[in-house]
Design a protein around this ligand. Structure first.
Ligand SMILES: [Zn+2]
Ligand SMILES: [Zn+2]
Length: 100
């Protein structure tokens, strides 16, 4: 994912006025910016399918993997780490799946 930038083609004007006619910029699709979900290269293509949830990842169909990892959530570490959005700090908490 990239940060949206002003469209280099229309310089954010979203298109071109030709007299009475307004031609929508084909590079940015008339948005005046590109990036984020508005990638010109992706236009016209169907969005990629959602990745399967980690719990349903095909690796879990492998009995060897399932036997080696006691917990799908924390992979046996019994703690899970995540970045706290507000404080931008890494926090570690007991695995909710193991605790439950
Ligand atoms: Zn444009
Ligand atoms: Zn766990």
């Amino acid at each position: 994912m990239t940060d949206p930038i002003t469209c280099p083609e229309c310089e954010g004007r979203k298109g071109q006025h030709l007299g009475e006619l307004f031609l929508r910029c084909r590079f940015c699709g008339g948005l005046g910016w590109v990036g984020d979900h508005n990638e010109p290269a992706e236009r016209g293509e169907r969005p990629p399918p959602e990745p399967p949830p980690a719990w349903e990842h095909k690796v879990w169909r492998d009995p060897v993997v399932v036997a080696a990892l006691p917990c799908r959530y924390c992979l046996g570490a019994r703690t899970v780490s995540h970045i706290d959005e507000k404080s931008r700090r890494m926090t570690t908490a007991a695995c909710p799946a193991c605790v439950a």
